[in-house]
Design a protein around this ligand. Structure first.
Ligand code: GLV
Ligand code: MN
Ligand code: MN
Length: 430
């Protein structure tokens, strides 16, 4: 029989397919992310949840406490939605991304809810806390350049002024894109009261590396210990646009040549540093014509390392190499930091309690670091947050080959259910 989580993932199979790369392209605040969101809202409502979209574009679907526990709260003057446990993920994707990065966490949250509702109906679960499913917009930052835009806004990790001034590749501002989806940009920004109402956030996510996939006979799930510090920088090289046929090679000031030297310098600099990662995944020549020497080339750099001081030193070395590469070609350059998220260590006691609750049914559950960024990492600075990873046998992510076997998807849901059941049953601290 097809499990609920597999059926839910099947619902999403046709939304936002990328006809060129394969996989999915579902940019934040775009048509496909919104279609996915409509699907989520319908699924949540069908399960009796009360759905709201907040001023930052985060969708919250509430499974409130049963009447009896709500009455207890009224007696001790605790409001019905305080001390909530949150779970969820995101529905946007990188260009040409896989099916599971984000949607698996959202589908698993719905499937887990089904299991929790069943346990409660059978009297096997007595909740002391409400559950809220959360969907965060523009987690990948593939449209407006800053990852985890929704969670950064609600936590104040980005100011609304800066967020609203971000633009996409077509020059549309985030303010306009958000407005087009019904949000009021004037109301955006940190919402400490909403965060204060959450006791914990647990995000289930497809594993994006090889750890679980390397051990097909081992557990299908793991718990995250940390998120690697990471940032994005835009380097712009400026030269002289000119004619491909009439400009002698000695007369050129070609920013593409400087950019090429830069890409190689990134590889060389980062490869020499243990545990570091450096990527140039996007390069845009202006104007971008086959028979035109470019006048400008923008190149985006992603650097990651467990120690933020090492990340900073790597970026400085790369900057120095970029200055030299530009100078050698008679070009100029500048650099803009688009985002930086320091290394995050997840709440130790919450993560260990997750390992304990998962170990009741699965032996050998381990903690592993995440090389990828997540909304849970942004929220971790404000409330206890944790992550469960589900095995990805390909070990590949941000690419169509990302994969989760049906049985492993179900194992992830079972793990999330056990973890949430334990958290929901805890007495709320006064
Ligand atoms: C998002 O998945 C990132 O790590 O960039
Ligand atoms: Mn993700
Ligand atoms: Mn991702």
């Amino acid at each position: 029989m097809t499990s609920t989580v597999v059926r839910l993932m099947q619902d999403l199979e046709t939304i936002g397919r990328d006809p060129i790369r394969g996989g999915y392209s579902r940019p934040g605040f775009g048509e496909h992310e919104l279609t996915m969101l409509e699907w989520f809202v319908a699924e949540a409502k069908a399960r009796g949840l009360d759905v709201e979209r907040d001023q930052n574009g985060i969708t919250w679907a509430w499974w409130d406490l049963p009447a009896e526990q709500t009455a207890e709260r009224t007696a001790d003057q605790t409001s019905a939605r305080e001390h909530a446990i949150a779970t969820g993920s995101h529905l946007d994707s990188v260009p040409g991304g896989g099916a599971f990065d984000g949607p698996l966490g959202v589908a698993s949250s719905l499937a887990s809810l089904d299991q929790l509702q069943e346990r409660e109906a059978k009297g096997e679960l007595r909740r002391r806390k409400p559950l809220v499913l959360a969907v965060f917009p523009e987690e990948e930052g593939s449209r407006f350049g800053v990852a985890c835009l929704g969670s950064r806004l609600i936590t104040g990790a980005i100011t609304p002024e800066r967020a609203l001034s971000l633009t996409d590749r077509e020059g549309n501002s985030f303010a306009d894109a958000a407005r087009a989806t019904g949000l009021n940009p004037d109301l955006m920004g940190a919402d400490r009261a909403r965060l204060a109402g959450l006791d914990a956030f647990v995000e289930l996510h497809v594993e994006q590396g090889k750890f679980l996939g390397n051990n097909p006979l081992g557990p299908a799930v793991a718990v995250a210990s940390s998120i690697l510090g990471h940032g994005r920088w835009r380097f712009s090289f400026f030269g002289q646009g000119n004619h491909a046929g009439t400009t002698l090679m000695v007369d050129r000031r070609d920013p593409m040549v400087a950019a090429a030297a830069f890409v190689l310098a990134v590889r060389e600099t980062v490869a020499a540093q243990a545990d570091a990662r450096g990527t140039v995944g996007r390069l845009e020549p202006v104007p971008g014509g086959t028979n035109v020497v470019a006048s400008r080339v923008d190149v985006w750099l992603d650097v990651r390392h467990p120690e933020d001081t090492v990340t900073a030193a790597l970026v400085q070395s790369i900057y120095d190499r970029a200055v030299a590469a530009a100078g050698a070609e008679g070009c100029t350059m500048d650099m803009v930091e688009e985002s930086m998220s320091g290394t995050v260590h997840f709440d130790d006691s919450l993560s260990r309690s997750l390992v304990t609750s998962l170990s009741a049914t699965t032996s050998g559950v381990e903690m592993l670091p995440s090389g990828a960024g997540h909304d849970a990492g942004i929220l971790a600075a404000h409330l206890p947050s944790a992550m469960i990873f589900t095995r990805n046998p390909s070990g590949i992510s941000h690419a169509p080959e990302e994969h989760v076997e049906d049985a492993d998807a179900q194992a992830g849901v079972d793990a999330l259910t056990d973890a949430l059941a334990a958290l929901l049953s805890e007495e709320a601290a006064q």
